[in-house]
Design a protein around this ligand. Structure first.
Ligand SMILES: NC(=O)NCCC(=O)O
Ligand SMILES: [Zn+2]
Ligand SMILES: [Zn+2]
Length: 481
């Protein structure tokens, strides 16, 4: 008989409901949900009294084992997914980088090799589109139909590195509409940023804070609005990653109100840290170099409001870790050489619970939706993952809301020498984490296996519920940007 586990006494929380029930796991799936389920003598019983039982977190935005800025991220698929599991995440969707002139399938195979034998939780891949030509056009439908890659990423920034032009973005949107994929954008105006960076360096501004000062929020708002309008014109769907500011959130809200299929993600760092932290002595600010950058504190309220009202729908970690010593210091004399990104994969659910639910900004159900269910739906994983229902994968987190802990590099599981949230006290903690019914973390101890994580082929993008009637594209006027 296959392994059976009964989780008893907890409070189940999904994106829509909160209720007391037991949950029986058999053969890696949820077999039964009900009150007073009786175990047979082959069934292990787990007491979850006082805890929330939630669907495993789905992190739609990670960068593991990724080359960037002359170095490679500190976390690979072993350390990164282990840390993710400690943080209550059971599935990640990582970004597969591509190169001009190289087949998409070769890049995808390279990312499979990085993950195989290492991942401790399940994973999928988004695919970067950096060029558009006969070969790419030929491979795109295969990626969706055969490889289960139903989301493509286009960078509007990182000039001379990853940046694609508007024509490439537009064609990607058209093809995504045709074949059933979701287009993701890093929305910043890379051309203008490149110019501002050159000007700042020429004036002798080399410190980390100038990373933020040369990437103003207006340029994120402008690029977000531009990408959203291109998506509208292509009658396609767009997901804006790592939204940091009021200007970008407003653009998304406005287009959504007109009925367009525009989705937005923000990250824990933009909700809790602000730009002032980058202006510290001894190069400390380099720890907080993200693109887009941290913003002035006022933007945080705009982001929380957008999460509350549903104008932003998901929380990604954008985990992209580099050690302070030996990696971030590549930019000691030039902020533009600091590798961009930070360690967040382990703290995503905890920060959102503590700063969101415990402080009354979002509901328990919104928390689950933001950290799991919505990403599952948008990225073709639903209903296999992202909810608690009979027949779904038993990706389950037992979350104890009564535990208080302090985030620190001393205790985290990410392979990086600092924490971006050092000293932050958080309420609530994932204590036990199962992926497809197997323990990865039990009572805050790792008992998973490298290689136990499986690649998940994702379904095509499905618009889901009908969207309201829209105005013709000619009725859309630019706003502040
Ligand atoms: N966000 C960041 O600074 N680094 C990761 C790469 C990206 O998402 O732009
Ligand atoms: Zn980005
Ligand atoms: Zn990213």
């Amino acid at each position: 008989m296959s392994k059976r586990t009964l989780i008893r006494g907890g409070i189940l929380v999904t994106a829509s409901d909160t209720f007391e029930a037991d949950i029986l796991i058999a053969a890696g799936k949820i077999a039964q949900i009900g009150i007073g389920l009786i175990p047979d003598d082959q069934t292990e019983v787990l007491d979850a009294t006082g805890c929330y039982i939630i669907p495993g977190g789905i992190d739609p935005h990670t960068h593991l084992d990724m080359p960037f800025g002359g170095t490679v991220t500190a976390d690979d698929f072993a350390t990164g997914t282990t840390a993710a599991a400690f943080g209550g995440t059971t599935t990640i969707i990582d970004f597969c980088l591509t190169q001009k002139g190289r087949r998409l399938s070769e890049s995808l195979q390279e990312w499979h090799r990085k993950a195989q034998g290492k991942a401790v939780i399940d994973y999928g891949f988004h695919l970067m589109i950096g060029e558009m030509n006969e070969q790419v056009l030929e491979e795109l439908p295969q990626m969706i139909e055969e490889e289960g890659v139903s989301s493509f990423k286009v960078f509007m920034a990182y000039k001379n590195q990853f940046q694609a032009d508007d024509g490439i973005l537009f064609q990607t949107l058209q093809k995504a509409k045709e074949y059933g994929a979701l287009v993701m954008v890093h929305a910043e105006n890379g051309d203008v940023i490149d110019l501002l960076v050159k000007q700042a360096l020429a004036e002798g501004h080399t410190a980390p804070i100038h990373h933020a000062l040369t990437r103003p929020s207006m340029l994120e708002g402008e690029a977000t609005g531009r990408a959203a309008r291109l998506a509208a014109l292509a009658d396609s769907q767009l997901y804006v990653v790592h939204v940091t500011c009021a200007e970008a959130a407003e653009q998304i809200a406005r287009m959504r109100e007109m009925g367009y299929r525009i989705w937005g993600e923000t990250c824990p760092q933009y909700l809790t840290l602000d730009q002032s932290i980058m202006d510290q002595p001894d190069f400390e600010g380099a720890k907080y170099v993200w693109s887009p950058p941290l913003r002035e504190k006022g933007h945080q309220e705009a982001l929380w409001n957008a999460l509350q009202s549903g104008q932003l729908q998901t929380i990604g970690s954008d985990h992209c870790s580099f050690n302070f010593k030996g990696q971030k210091d590549l930019g000691k004399d030039d902020f533009s050489k600091i590798p961009n990104g930070g360690p967040v994969i382990e703290d995503r659910l905890s920060i959102l619970y503590s700063e969101g639910v415990a402080k009354g900004r979002i509901s328990l159900n919104q928390w689950v939706d933001l950290c799991s269910t919505r990403a599952s739906k948008l990225f073709g994983l639903f209903p296999q993952k992202g909810t608690l229902a009979v027949g779904t994968d038993a990706d389950i987190v037992i979350f104890d809301p009564s535990v208080t802990r302090v985030i620190s590099a001393e205790t985290h599981h990410m392979n990086v020498d600092y924490s971006a949230f050092e000293g932050m006290q958080v309420q609530g903690c994932p204590v036990t984490v199962l992926c497809r019914g197997e323990y990865v973390v039990r009572d805050r101890q790792y008992i998973g296996n490298a290689g136990a994580g499986k690649y998940v082929k994702r379904n095509k993008y499905d618009a889901g519920a009908p969207i309201p009637p829209r105005q013709p594209v000619t009725a859309i006027h630019g706003g502040r940007n």
